[in-house]
Design a protein around this ligand. Structure first.
Ligand SMILES: *Cc1c(COP(=O)(O)O)cnc(C)c1O
Length: 403
C-alpha cells in the first residue's frame, strides 16, 4: 500500500511523455510501420506440421497432434495431466465446473484481469467477488484476500459462505498477470484454511516459475491460453492443467461432450461441452512449444533491456518479476508514479504515434456494467495500477538494440 502513495521526485511539469518514447526507442529501435504489442513468431516446424496434419485428413477434434501437444505440455510444466481445449476461456469455464462452482456461488478473483476470468465465472451462473491486487506481483494480494475473507466469510455446514450475501464462496482464482506469478503459497494457504478450491488463471504465464516450479505444475486446476497474442499460439486454444489424475480424466470427459468410450454408440452421461482443440491447431501448438525455450530467453533479454532503459527515467518504474519467481515476461509493463497518473493517456498517445503498440491495463472488472453489482473488497491498489500502467511491445522477435 505505502508504495502507491510515494510522491514522485519529478514535478508534473518536468514529466515528458517523449522521455518514455525515447527510452522505448532506445530498446527496440525505430519501428518500420507499427510494432505490435505482441506478435507471434513462426520460426520452427509450423508449416511442416500443418502440412502433415492436412495430408492426414485428421484436421478436426481427434488426431495425433492433440495427444502430442498434451504430452508436451505435461513435460514442459511438470503437471500430471494437460487437457487441450478450444481456448483459454473454455479452459477456465471447465476448471470452475470441475472445482464444483455452481449457480449462485461466488468466486473470488482480481478486478485487475482480462474479461475471460470473470466471464468464465459468470458462465457457471456464479458471481465474481473482487479482491485487491498487489503492486509487487500485479496479481491477487494475499493480505487483501485474508482481510476480505476475515470480514465477510464464515465456515458453515454447506461450505464457506459470504455472510453479507448468503452465497457460498466456491473458489479463489488468482491470475498471473503479464506472466508475473502471484504469491501462490500464501494464497493457497488461505484457500486451504477456508476450505475453498483454488483455480489458477495461468493463461498468460506458460513458462513462468514460482519457487523453482513451473506455474500450474502443482495446481489442482489451472488454465492456459494459446490465443494469437500469448507466448505460444495455436491460433486459438487453451489447456487445463491438473495434478490430480481423476480430475484430469473428468476434464477430458467434460470437454469432449461427456461421451462414453464405445466403438460406435453415442452415449453421453452428463451435459458436456464441445471444447475440443482441433488437431490442426494442436499441430501449430506442437511446433510452437518446441520453440518455447527460445521465446523465453528472448523475452528475458528484452525485459532486461527495458529495465535498464527505464532505470534512469524519472517518474517511471519497470515492473520486474516478483521475488522467488521467474516471469515469462509475456507483456512488459511500466508504472508511472502516482503524481503523473493523469499523463498516462498522453504517454499512450505519444507511444502509439511513434509506432509502438503500447496499451493501458484492462478496465477493472467492477467498472464494467455486468459486474458493477458484484461484491468486492477495497480495490485501491488495483485502481492505482489501472491509472498508471502501460504495456510495451513485447514480442519474442524483438531484439534489444543495446545488446
Ligand atoms: C488470454 C487470457 C485468457 C484466455 O483467453 P482466450 O482468448 O479465451 O484464450 C484468460 N485469462 C487471461 C488473464 C488472459 O489473458
Amino acid at each position: 500500500m505505502s508504495e502507491v502513495m510515494v510522491d514522485s521526485v519529478v514535478t508534473s511539469s518536468d514529466f515528458k511523455a517523449e522521455t518514455i518514447v525515447d527510452a522505448v526507442r532506445h530498446v527496440v529501435g525505430t519501428p518500420n510501420g507499427v510494432l505490435g504489442l505482441h506478435e507471434p513468431v513462426f520460426a520452427g516446424n509450423e508449416i511442416a506440421y500443418l502440412e502433415e496434419c492436412i495430408k492426414s485428413t485428421f484436421v478436426s477434434s481427434v488426431g495425433p497432434f492433440v495427444d502430442r501437444f498434451e504430452r508436451m505440455l505435461e513435460e514442459l510444466t511438470g503437471a500430471k495431466r494437460a487437457v487441450a481445449v478450444v481456448n483459454g476461456t473454455a479452459a477456465l469455464h471447465a476448471c470452475f465446473r470441475l472445482a464444483g462452482v455452481e449457480p449462485d456461488d461466488e468466486v473470488i478473483s482480481p478486478a485487475l484481469t482480462f474479461i475471460a476470468t470473470t466471464n468464465a465465472i459468470a458462465y457457471c451462473g456464479a458471481r465474481p467477488h473482487f479482491v485487491d491486487s498487489s503492486l509487487a506481483t500485479l496479481g491477487m494480494d494475499p493480505n487483501a484476500l485474508a482481510v476480505r475473507l476475515g470480514a465477510i466469510a464464515e465456515r458453515t455446514a454447506r461450505g464457506t459462505i459470504n455472510r453479507e450475501t448468503g452465497r457460498r464462496i466456491a473458489a479463489i482464482s488468482p491470475m498471473h498477470t503479464f506472466g508475473h506469478p502471484v504469491a501462490l503459497d500464501e494464497i493457497a494457504a488461505i484457500a486451504h484454511d477456508w476450505g475453498i478450491a483454488l483455480v489458477e488463471d495461468a493463461a498468460e504465464s506458460l513458462g513462468s516459475t514460482y519457487k523453482g516450479h513451473a506455474v500450474g505444475s502443482r495446481a489442482r486446476l489451472a488454465a492456459l491460453s494459446f490465443n494469437g497474442n500469448k507466448i505460444v499460439t495455436t491460433g486459438g486454444g487453451g489447456a487445463i492443467l491438473t495434478n490430480d489424475e481423476e480430475l484430469g480424466r473428468r476434464a477430458k470427459h467434460l470437454t469432449t461432450t461427456a461421451k462414453l468410450p464405445h466403438k460406435w454408440a453415442f452415449v453421453h452421461d452428463e451435459i458436456g461441452f464441445n471444447y475440443r482443440l482441433p488437431n490442426l491447431n494442436a499441430a501449430l501448438g506442437c511446433a510452437q512449444l518446441e520453440q518455447l525455450e527460445g521465446f523465453l530467453a528472448s523475452k528475458r533479454r528484452l525485459a532486461a533491456a527495458y529495465e535498464r532503459a527505464f532505470a534512469h527515467v524519472p517518474g517511471v518504474r519497470f515492473s520486474r518479476e516478483p521475488k522467488d519467481t521467474t516471469s515469462n515476461y509475456w507483456l512488459n509493463a511500466i508504472l508511472l508514479d502516482e503524481a503523473h497518473a493523469e499523463r498516462r493517456d498522453d504517454v499512450l498517445t505519444a507511444l502509439n504515434e511513434a509506432g509502438f503498440g503500447a496499451r493501458p491495463a484492462w478496465t477493472l472488472m467492477h467498472r464494467l456494467p455486468m459486474f458493477a453489482q458484484s461484491p468486492r473488497g477495497d480495490l485501491s491498489v488495483a485502481e492505482s495500477i489501472e491509472r498508471r500502467l502501460i504495456n510495451l511491445p513485447s514480442s519474442a522477435s524483438i531484439r534489444p538494440r543495446d545488446e
